[in-house]
Write a protein that binds this ligand. Structure first.
Ligand code: NCD
Ligand code: ZN
Length: 351
């Protein structure tokens, strides 16, 4: 059988939730990944180092026996996050970044930032101490077309922010457009000898699907996530970026579980659940691009390098073996539908 062995990957953008949901989804990630950057958009959000420490303890307690998975914690930036709090975060050793949600941009972002100017002293401190800012890069102005909100964010928010804080380390999360991929590529090519100041994560679903998937034969709630899937030209640009071998692009699933009941309703929450089959989805995308040889660096090297962490030493093996994605999985009192349930994948993680 054809197999591929990779350095064990890390997931640089993951939603683990809490309580019974956390218990249901965590084993899927821990089976594949050594570490993950854990998003702080709980209800209420993880805004302090003390919150992050308690959340980390709950994650570790929910791990399957014998798992050596390490959660890498983040803080949720608000208008009121103080410079002292981000200094404490840096000193903690377990908080690795601060996440910017523009207020109202996505799931559980109501407590997010209403105006970046409120955060100026805190961003200045993050720049000085080298704590990365992770950005949900969409404007929230209802007058801006939903499909344009990432592109507009680059011009209206990201470029001015980076001009004000040129040494601030930034991850442009789950990019979905050609404009975002080009922006990050251009910055990367700027050619300084310092550590790169901007990178981007790319999800498996944005590599595999265009917005047509949302409407294939009817309305498909499990493909609805934010930022929303874009047209095919953007998908192609993301595939080009992810498989380019450039170290500024790395794996972040943005796996975002929502109960089946909530997804299949009149008003469906945003989020695609991909943690169950993450590495296999990425393998599919890289193989279709004829670039399986570049999967390892994207999945296992570049993220660790950007965050200044050691690369993993253990490995995982995937084998070429067609299998069907299950229709649903347990999720506390409810059920969870993995993305493309019932679909067939060509690569399978070896047990
Ligand atoms: C995420 C969630 O459900 O927490 N949803 C999503 O569609 N990606 C939030 C986010 O990352 O935007
Ligand atoms: Zn996310």
């Amino acid at each position: 059988m054809e197999t591929l062995t990779l350095t064990r990957p890390d997931d640089w953008h993951l939603h683990l939730r809490d309580g019974t949901a956390l218990q249901a989804v965590l084993p899927h990630t821990a089976r594949q990944f050594a570490r993950a950057i854990v998003m702080p958009n709980l209800k209420p959000p993880v805004t302090t180092v003390a919150d992050a420490a308690a959340y980390r303890d709950r994650i570790v307690a929910a791990l399957p026996a014998g798992s050596d998975f390490t959660p890498l914690m983040t803080l949720y930036l608000t208008d009121a996050t103080s410079p002292d709090e981000v200094r404490r975060a840096k000193d903690s050793g377990f908080v690795h970044a601060v996440k910017l949600y523009p207020a109202g941009a996505t799931t559980n972002s109501a407590a997010g930032v209403t105006d970046l100017r409120h955060c100026w002293p805190t961003l200045e401190t993050m720049q000085a101490i080298g704590l990365p800012l992770l950005i949900h890069g969409e404007v929230t102005d209802p007058a801006v077309d939903l499909f344009d909100r990432e592109r507009v964010f680059i011009d209206e928010q990201l470029i001015p922010l980076r001009a004000a804080f040129p040494a601030l380390r930034v991850v442009f999360e789950h990019i979905t457009t050609r404009e975002a991929a080009d922006y990050v590529t251009d910055c990367d090519g700027a050619g300084t000898t310092r550590a790169p100041t901007i990178a981007a994560t790319i999800t498996a679903h944005h590599l595999l699907y265009s917005r047509n998937a949302l409407f294939a034969g009817g309305l498909r709630p499990h493909w609805y996530c934010l930022p929303v899937l874009k047209r095919e030209t953007h998908r192609l640009a993301l595939v080009e970026a992810a498989t380019s071998g450039r170290s500024c692009f790395f794996l972040g699933t943005d796996s975002a579980p929502h109960a089946r009941r909530l997804k299949e309703s009149a008003c469906c929450g945003a989020g695609a659940f991909t943690a169950f089959h993450a590495i296999e989805l990425y393998a599919e995308a890289f193989e279709r691009a004829g670039r399986l040889d570049r999967l390892e660096a994207f999945a296992s090297f570049f993220g660790a390098d950007f965050y200044g962490l050691e690369r993993n030493r253990a490995t995982i093996t995937i084998e070429r073996a067609a299998w069907t994605i299950p229709h649903e999985l347990p999720f506390g009192d409810d059920r969870l539908v993995p993305l493309d349930a019932g679909g067939v994948l060509q690569w399978k993680l070896a047990a």
